[in-house]
Each structure stands twice: as structure tokens, then as C-alpha cells.
Write a protein that binds this ligand. Sequence first.
Ligand SMILES: NC(=O)C1=CN([C@@H]2O[C@H](COP(=O)(O)OP(=O)(O)OC[C@H]3O[C@@H](n4cnc5c(N)ncnc54)[C@H](OP(=O)(O)O)[C@@H]3O)[C@@H](O)[C@H]2O)C=CC1
Ligand SMILES: O=C(O)C1=N[C@H](C(=O)O)C[C@H](O)C1
Length: 257
Amino acid sequence: MVKVIIHGCNGNMGQVLSKHLQQDNQCQIVAGIDRSPNKYKNDYPVYKDIFDFEGNADVIIDFSNPYYLPGLLDYSIENNMPLVIATTGFSPKDIKDIENAAKNIPIFYSSNMSLGINVLIELVTKAIPTLSDSFDIEIIEKHHNQKADAPSGTAYMIANKINEAFKNTMEYVFGRYSKKEKRRKNEIGIHAVRGGTIVGEHSVIFAGQDETIEIKHSAFSKSIFAIGAIKAAKYIVNQENGLYDMNNLVASNNNNK
Ligand SMILES: NC(=O)C1=CN([C@@H]2O[C@H](COP(=O)(O)OP(=O)(O)OC[C@H]3O[C@@H](n4cnc5c(N)ncnc54)[C@H](OP(=O)(O)O)[C@@H]3O)[C@@H](O)[C@H]2O)C=CC1
Ligand SMILES: O=C(O)C1=N[C@H](C(=O)O)C[C@H](O)C1
């Protein structure tokens, strides 16, 4: 039985994750953490601060807010507890802190827990050697009107993978509102749309002379992220200290086939 702490249990993702964990006979929720602990009637104890929890757990799954990162990393290191980080909106310093913490505990960190986005990234990076000379690359992401960060963590993740393929020579341009000059070759345009209940859409557009290619992923429910996070939690409890992502999980599933 994998004993799980849900960090951000009363957020939208925290509630979807609770439902999926409760249906999983290999997992048990031992506690939730949230700044509004009494917002819902949960079947598990909810604490305002992770340091208030005094029981045993095997892993923490975090869908919360970057505000909590320092406490979350301190607690996980102090208690030698594997961590799944799904929260987005981190600063470059936050990301360095996650990388440093992963020297002391196993951390699974991904801005998108769906399998589909991982495949989108694979397809996009495969297309780059053929298209890079003559096509411009733009990323468009669309999300619900309750999302706190923009652009999405996934848009950054996709842009970073594209940039790696260009040996980190690309410049990110967020929207074009204040731009008074033509597009340059070494740009990746990143654009955010917010509205209604859109769960999450990411498109990568390769725009060339008289033709475009668009590779798109659409999420139709938050469940895909919760299911991915649970798989990540079951994976990370058996790993050595270090930083892991969806590629590691997919590779381990393929090896077990
Ligand atoms: N990696 C992935 O696959 C996915 C990642 N996410 C990410 O997970 C995170 C949570 O998403 P979601 O559940 O939709 O968000 P919610 O806003 O619904 O929940 C976030 C939780 O954090 C709390 N919170 C929000 N803002 C603050 C703040 N400024 N200071 C302290 N606490 C705060 C909320 O409390 P309160 O309700 O009181 O505001 C709530 O408990 C986001 O970063 C999102 O981008 C989401 C889906 C998939
Ligand atoms: O806030 C969300 O909802 C989502 N956030 C993630 C992100 O910022 O990339 C992943 C997913 O698209 C949903």
C-alpha cells in the first residue's frame, strides 16, 4: 500500500486526485494539506501546514501553488520523503531549488502528467531537424479562467525541449503586443488564451512558405493529470535520489512489457 499525502488537496486538481486515489486499491490517502482545510468534507485529515502532519507516509503529490515550494522541499528532505511535483508557475530559482533538493530525495517533476503531451514533445522534436531551416515555430496554449499562471508550465516545457534541439539559441517571445519589429528567425512565440472551462490545450505550429503543420494536444478532463500523477507516485517511491520526469516513467513501463 502506497501512503500518500495530497499537497493542495482542496484545490481543483487536489479534489480530482482524491477521487482517483480513493478508487485505487494500491494507495491510501493519509493526509491532505491546504490553506483552507475546512473547505470540503474529506475522508482524511487535512492540515493547514505540512509540518502539522505527524504520521507516516510514503510519498507526497503536490498540485498547489509555488508559494508553498520552500516548505514542501524542507519537509520532504527532513523526512526523506519522495515527492511528485505537478504544480506550475515556478521561477528559475524555484526550479534550481527543486534540482538541488533532488540530490537528497527522489523527485518526479513534470508540468504535465498526461501521456499525450509526452508524445507531442517527441513528435515536435522529431520534426525539428527537417523543418528548422525554413519554418517558424509558435506555441499556443489555452486554459480555463481559474488558472493562476501564464503561460502554462507545459508551454515552457515544450519550448525548453524545442530550444534544446536548437542548442539553446532560441529566444522566447510572449505575445506580441509591444513588438514593433518583424519576427526574427530565432524566436519561439508563446501565446496564452484563458476562458471558461477549457481543461488544457497545447498547439505547436510550424509555419513555412505556403504551408503549416500544427501538432496539438487537447485534454478533455482533469482525470488524465490525476491518473498520471498516481502512476508517477507509484514509480518514484522505488527510485534513488534524483530528478525524474515522464520520459523515465514511460521508459520504465516499456522495460516492464
Ligand atoms: N502537472 C500537471 O499535469 C498539472 C498541473 N497543474 C498545476 O497544479 C496547480 C494546482 O492546480 P489547480 O488545482 O487547478 O489550482 P487551484 O487554484 O484550484 O488549487 C491550488 C491550491 O493552492 C492554493 N493557492 C492558490 N493560490 C495560492 C496562493 N497565492 N497562496 C497560497 N495558496 C494558494 C489554493 O487555495 P484556495 O483554493 O484557497 O485559493 C488551492 O488549495 C497549478 O499550478 C496548475 O497549473 C494542474 C493540472 C495538471
Ligand atoms: O492549470 C491547469 O489546469 C493545468 N496546468 C498545467 C500547465 O500549466 O501546463 C497542465 C495542464 O495543462 C493543466
